[in-house]
Design a protein around this ligand. Structure first.
Ligand code: BV8
Ligand code: ZN
Length: 248
């Protein structure tokens, strides 16, 4: 994107954000890339070397829970070494400006939005920091402490699983309902660092467009969201978002 058109688009995006009463945001793995966390589909992407079917579905867990836990424990260990980047903090500043007119919907399970200070965060795909018992359903926040390959519930002795949404699993009802409400009511919908190929999350973009919200995409390259965006700001979110804040 040439600098002139980026400036023009940044000014237009700022205008839209300034006049918006309600802003909803959908983030994906790209917003955490500058914190050092691998994305899923980029070069060196997370799924590379791992087939989704082998590590991120209920059948994979039933078939080989240790393999699944090794995959998730590796990602949990990575979390201990990373921190939020300027893109995460810029979203906290937008939330500070808008208060309860701001909703942050994230596909990420890394917890970095909350670590940065975001408050109204909907983790539609769960969190690596939480585990859930397959027996009694108790959910506990285990932070990034290292867990054994096959952790068990202290209450009932059954196996624990990562409290994330695997493929072919439904999203948590209440969180998903709130995400749909936010997308359906916002004036401006920010889509940041996502390839927008995972459903139903990507469907939130259509929900926003159908009620004529402006859609502002921030990505380092075009994505499946680009054709639905009012504006696509091409560049790293850790640079673009602070630029937007400067102009607000
Ligand atoms: C569901 C948690 C109903 C786990 C995740 C066939 C059978 C069954 C289901 C399906 C099917 N076909 C399709 C489906 C639906 C399926 C789906 O969408 N599949 C995809 C692969 C097509 N969805 C589901 O299964 C969902 N559930 O449908 O339930 C149901 C029930 C029963 C049976 C059938 C259906 C559940 C989906 C949730 C899966 N869980 N995560 C974990 O993390 O381990 S998904 C996981 O991958 C993430 O959460 C995220 O959603 C997704 C990765 O996407 P992105 O975040 O977008 O990351 P990606 O790498 O793709 O892109 C990064 C982007 O960032 C790129 O565009 C890049 O350019 C950009 N970028 C990079 N650097 C930067 C940047 N941008 C800005 N700045 C930078 N610096
Ligand atoms: Zn239990």
């Amino acid at each position: 994107m040439n600098p002139d058109s980026l400036q023009r688009d940044l000014d237009l995006a700022t205008q839209l954000l300034r006049t918006a009463r309600k802003v909803a945001v959908l983030t994906g793995a790209g917003i955490s890339a500058e914190s050092g966390l691998a994305t899923f589909r980029g070069a060196g992407g997370l799924w590379e070397g791992q087939r989704v079917e082998d590590v991120a579905t209920p059948r994979a867990f039933a078939r080989d829970p240790s393999l699944v836990w090794r995959f998730y424990n590796l990602r949990r260990a990575n979390l201990a070494t990373v921190k939020p980047n300027p893109g995460h903090y810029a979203l906290v500043q937008i939330e500070d400006r808008l208060g309860d007119g701001f909703t942050l919907i994230t596909q990420n399970v890394d917890g970095l939005h909350r670590s940065a200070g975001s408050r109204n965060v909907l983790e539609i795909h769960g969190s690596l920091r939480r585990v859930r018992c397959v027996g009694c359903g108790v959910v506990s926040d285990r932070g990034v402490e290292s867990l054994p390959d096959l952790p068990h519930c202290v209450a009932c002795g059954k196996m624990l699983r990562p409290d994330v949404v695997w493929f072919e699993e439904d999203l948590p009802d209440l969180v998903w309902h709130r995400a749909c409400k936010a997308a359906g009511e916002c004036d401006c919908f920010l889509v940041i660092g996502t390839s927008a190929v995972d459903y139903p999350a990507a469907g939130l973009i259509d929900l926003a467009r159908m009620q004529t919200a402006d859609v502002i995409e921030i990505n380092i390259q075009p994505s499946a969201a680009s054709s639905h965006a009012t504006i696509t700001l091409l560049g790293p979110s850790g640079t673009i978002l602070p630029e937007l804040i400067k102009r607000l």
